[in-house]
Design a protein around this ligand. Structure first.
Ligand code: PLP
Length: 398
């Protein structure tokens, strides 16, 4: 099995390494403290206290109150739950506003709702991935149940202006949900003075465990749970709590809050160095979303004259982990819905790669990654040039 000391991990938007402090905090809840937090005796109460502490830590990261946090199984569940809830109240709101660049947990869910009779407006974006706020204002109707727009895009790192969107939704008196799965723990968030009704986050994007997330529900916002059963999470999410993971999410939130300002600067410096070096070393490369405000950790590159799937295969041979902005499906390369929505030229969408940096990356890895990427892109271009088109294919490459 490949271990993490053999790889260069630049895929922190896909998932992150667990922080050792998180593991340490979780372990007793996988071994010794197995009581049910809903049980009345002391052995259960101490577990309940650990969940309460996790709730306080997540609230501190988001600048909100602990009773506004409900733990869920992941960011996907939080996103689904917020939208579903808004559609259940009387008078039945039938219209949802979202964007064409959302994560599939919002996009596919909304497409599915549309098939079942709900009207959905998918806002477009410009070439840099920005949403048009005038278009948003015009899209909101008297029967709009909720606006769901992400805070940070997982592919490009482009930030939507959450505070401006919040203001529009407040003035139009419509619920606002934001998918902050890529934003939480990476950029400062303070919900106290904002009229954001719902916000989703996921622990594994900021060095916590997989399979646990949270949904922020602003005090006074009506919410109807999707999971019905016991009265856990103040009646907002039934089911016996995933205690160890919730404890891990709490610790990850505490670490993120402690390190946020230092980490933003350090990670941004690494990302910027990478972008500059790639720009200098690799001709025909461009950064997607370069003209927009972006997360400090994300680089979405397009390389002319290559297919991202082939690049990923070669990068993998050098043990460099990153993601493609396009995927090979039944023999043809399908561009990502995000880059397509940005109306990038076909060549740019086909040759796109996402590199995302994080807490455990080091400068030396960035330098090595630049060398590897430059070598791989050059090789792919050589192979696809007419003079070498008949050369033996990929398996002959190192
Ligand atoms: N939203 C965004 C923007 C994401 O990037 C992801 C995961 O990649 C999710 C939602 C889903 O989160 P989870 O993996 O916890 O379900």
């Amino acid at each position: 099995m490949m271990t993490d000391d053999q790889i260069i991990y630049l895929d922190n938007n896909a998932t992150t390494q667990l922080d050792p402090a998180v593991v340490e905090e979780m372990l007793p809840f996988l071994t010794k403290f197995y009581g049910n937090p809903s049980s009345g005796y002391e052995f259960g109460a101490q577990v309940r206290e650990a969940i309460d502490l996790a709730r306080e830590r997540v609230a501190a990261l988001l600048g909100c109150e602990p009773d506004e946090i409900a733990f869920t199984s992941c960011g996907t569940e939080s996103n689904n739950a917020a939208i579903n809830s808004a559609l259940q109240f009387e008078p039945p709101g039938k219209h949802v506003v979202t964007s064409a660049v959302e994560h599939s947990s919002v996009l596919r869910h909304c497409r599915d709702l549309a098939k079942r009779g709900c009207e959905v407006t998918f806002l477009g974006v410009d070439q840099d991935g920005n949403v048009d706020l005038d278009e948003l204002e015009q899209a909101i109707r008297p029967d709009t149940a909720i606006v769901s727009l992400m805070w940070a895009n997982n592919e490009t790192g482009v930030l939507f202006p959450a505070k401006k969107i919040e203001k529009i939704c407040r003035e139009k008196r419509v619920l606002f949900h934001t998918d902050a799965v890529q934003a939480a723990g990476k950029i400062p968030i303070c919900l106290r003075d904002l009229a954001i009704n719902f916000l989703s986050l996921s622990a594994h994007k900021f060095h916590g465990p997989k399979g646990v997330g949270a949904l922020y529900v602003k005090r006074g916002s009506r919410f109807r749970p999707s999971t019905i059963g016991g009265s856990q999470e103040n009646g907002r999410r039934a089911g016996t709590e995933n205690v160890a993971s919730i404890v891990g999410l709490g610790k990850a939130a505490e670490r993120a809050a402690e390190l946020l300002s230092e980490e933003q600067t350090r990670v941004r410096a690494m990302r910027d160095r990478f972008e500059k070096a790639i720009g200098e070393r690799v001709s025909g490369s461009s950064i997607n979303g370069a003209g927009a405000a972006r997360l400090p950790n994300t680089s979405s590159f397009s390389f002319d004259g290559i297919e991202s799937d082939a690049a990923l295969m070669l990068l993998d041979r050098h043990h460099l982990c990153c993601s493609a902005g396009s995927a090979c499906r039944t023999g043809s390369v399908e561009a990502s819905h995000v880059l397509r929505a940005m109306k990038l030229a076909n060549e740019r969408t086909r040759g796109s790669l996402r590199f995302s940096f994080g807490r455990f990356n080091e400068d030396a890895q960035v330098d090595r990654a630049v060398e590897i990427v430059a070598t791989v892109i050059e090789k792919l271009r050589r192979l696809s040039s007419p003079a070498t088109a008949k050369a033996p294919v990929l398996h002959s490459l190192s």
